[in-house]
Ligand binder design. Structure first.
Ligand code: FAD
Length: 154
């Protein structure tokens, strides 16, 4: 088991053929499975869904990040998965969230629309650092301490 702390940042396109409440329910199911699985695997991070795209930061032991991302990248609910960063890190940025969810509020939507516009809606033009920073800021703003999911952190 490789315990070295790593983080992975990616961006993908939604392939869930639904809208409104059905789409919300589909994203809610992804989030629930993520929180449950990530807690057991010692992973933390944040998931954003907006403008038809997902963005996610996963952080934890290298093996757990790799195994989980392999599953995620095969998931047909999204596609065109673009990895923007995958590297060792000294500390976790989302230490108390098994998977924070951001992107649901109007403010989040506006902020993400700015980012999407500035990158020309082209994931490859976003830097991993920039996306990581946005998710971290949104997670801090969006979730009160009491709503955070305790995690089994390394
Ligand atoms: P399952 O028991 O297989 O499924 C959990 C729920 O999702 C169930 O309600 C099931 O009906 C539903 N489901 C599963 N697959 C599909 C499908 N193809 N279409 C429709 N519904 C389906 N998993 C993590 O463990 N950690 C993550 O951080 C994470 N992030 C994700 C981010 C995105 C953008 C997406 C699309 C998926 C993510 N997943 C994540 C889910 C991952 O791809 C696997 O579906 C999941 O890990 C399988 O776990 P499970 O066997 O416990 O869940």
């Amino acid at each position: 088991m490789t315990r070295d702390l790593h983080h992975l940042v990616y961006y993908s396109r939604n392939r869930i053929a639904a809208d409104g409440a059905t789409l919300c329910e589909a994203v809610r199911r992804i989030l629930a499975a993520s929180q449950e699985n990530n807690r057991k695997a010692g992973l933390t991070g944040a998931l954003m869904f907006n403008s038809g795209c997902f963005a996610q930061v996963l952080e934890g032991p290298l093996d757990a990040v790799e195994e989980t991302f392999e599953r995620i990248s095969r998931d047909e609910r999204h596609g065109e998965v673009s990895v923007l960063a995958f590297e060792p890190v000294a500390l976790r940025s989302f230490g108390t969230w098994s998977m924070a969810f951001v992107g649901g509020s109007l403010e989040d939507a506006e902020r993400f629309a700015d980012v999407a516009r500035s990158s020309g809606f082209e994931p490859a033009r976003l830097s991993g650092d920039r996306l990581h920073e946005i998710l971290r800021d949104l997670a801090i703003e969006a979730e009160p301490a009491t709503a955070r999911t305790p995690s089994a952190v390394a």
